[in-house]
Design a protein around this ligand. Structure first.
Ligand SMILES: [Zn+2]
Length: 277
C-alpha cells in the first residue's frame, strides 16, 4: 500500500541528514557541474544556425547536371574556342554561339548582354525573368578572357539552377502558368522545361528540389539578405573581399556557382594560351 506521507517525511529526513554531512559538498559540486554542462550545450545549440549545417549539402550537387563530365567537356570545349574580339557586339555573338553549341539544346541558352559597371558590385548576373546573362563591359579585355568566360560559366550555372527549379515545380504538380508566376520566368523557358529533357535524371531532380526548398528557408534568407546588405555597404572598400568570400561560401546557390566557375577556370588554363592567364 502506498503511504505518501511517511515516504515524504522520510525523504525530508534524509536531506536533513545529508545537509549536515560532507556529502552535501559533493552533491552541490556534482549539481553545479551538470548545470554548467547544460548551459554550455544550450549555448552551443542556440549558436548553430540550421543553414550552417546544411549549406555544405550543396557540395554534393556541384558534380551534378552540367558539371557532369560529358556535359561539362562539351561546354568547356565551346568556351575554349571563343576567340577574342574587342568589338563588343562581335564578342557577344561569339559568346552566344559558344553557349548554344556548349549546351546543345539541353536548356534554352540565356541571351548575353553587356552593361557598364557603375555603383554595382557584381561583374555578372543572371536575370531569370528575361533569361539573360549580363556581364560588365569591364571584363572585356584580351588579358581577362579566361576571367570573362569563367564569370559566364558562373552565371550559366545560375541559369541551370533556375531551369532545374522549374522542372521540379512542374513535377511537383504546378501548372505551367503557376510555375511561370511563381518563379518569374519566361513562358518559353517553362515550355522547354515541361518536356523534361533526358539529361535531367534523378540527381538533377534532387538538385532542383533542394534549390526549390531553399526559397522557403526563412532563417537562411534573412541571413543572406543581411549579408547582401553588407556587400552593398562595403563595395569599393578593403572589407568587401572578406564579406564577398563569406557570402560566396554561405549562400548555397553561390557556393555551387563558384565551384562550377573554378572548375571552368581550371579547364581554361589548359586550352587558352598561357599569356592570357
Ligand atoms: Zn552568383
Amino acid at each position: 500500500m502506498f503511504d505518501g506521507t511517511s515516504r515524504r517525511s522520510g525523504t525530508i529526513e534524509s536531506i536533513r541528514r545529508m545537509l549536515g554531512s560532507r556529502k552535501a559538498v559533493f552533491v552541490g559540486a556534482y549539481g553545479l557541474a551538470i548545470l554548467v554542462i547544460c548551459l554550455a550545450i544550450l549555448r552551443w545549440t542556440t549558436n548553430v544556425e540550421p543553414y550552417v549545417i546544411n549549406v555544405t549539402d550543396i557540395d554534393y550537387y556541384s558534380s551534378v547536371g552540367l558539371a557532369k563530365a560529358p556535359h561539362f567537356e562539351k561546354l568547356a570545349n565551346a568556351f575554349c574556342d571563343v576567340g577574342f574580339d574587342d568589338r563588343i557586339d562581335n564578342l557577344r555573338t561569339r559568346l552566344s554561339h559558344a553557349l548554344l553549341g556548349g549546351l546543345s539544346s539541353k536548356m534554352p541558352a540565356p541571351a548575353i548582354t553587356f552593361f557598364e559597371r557603375d555603383t554595382d558590385f557584381a561583374r555578372g548576373r543572371f536575370a531569370s525573368d528575361s533569361w539573360e546573362i549580363k556581364l560588365t563591359d569591364g571584363l572585356v579585355s584580351e588579358d581577362d578572357l579566361p576571367e570573362l568566360l569563367s564569370v559566364l560559366a558562373h552565371e550559366l550555372r545560375h541559369a541551370e539552377q533556375a531551369y532545374l527549379r522549374i522542372i521540379h515545380l512542374l513535377e511537383a504538380g504546378y501548372s505551367e502558368e503557376q510555375t511561370e508566376w511563381s518563379l518569374y520566368v519566361p513562358t518559353n523557358i517553362v515550355r522547354h522545361a515541361a518536356r523534361k529533357p533526358n539529361w535531367v535524371g534523378d540527381e538533377e531532380m534532387a538538385f532542383g528540389r533542394y534549390l526549390a526548398y531553399l526559397r522557403f528557408d526563412d532563417a537562411l534568407n534573412e541571413k543572406l539578405a543581411a549579408m547582401h546588405e553588407m556587400l552593398k555597404k562595403t563595395a569599393g572598400t578593403d572589407e568587401y573581399a572578406h564579406h564577398q568570400k563569406k557570402f560566396a561560401n554561405e549562400n548555397p546557390v553561390e557556393r555551387d556557382a563558384y565551384a562550377f566557375q573554378r572548375m571552368m577556370l581550371t579547364t581554361l588554363r589548359d586550352c587558352l594560351p598561357t599569356s592570357q592567364l
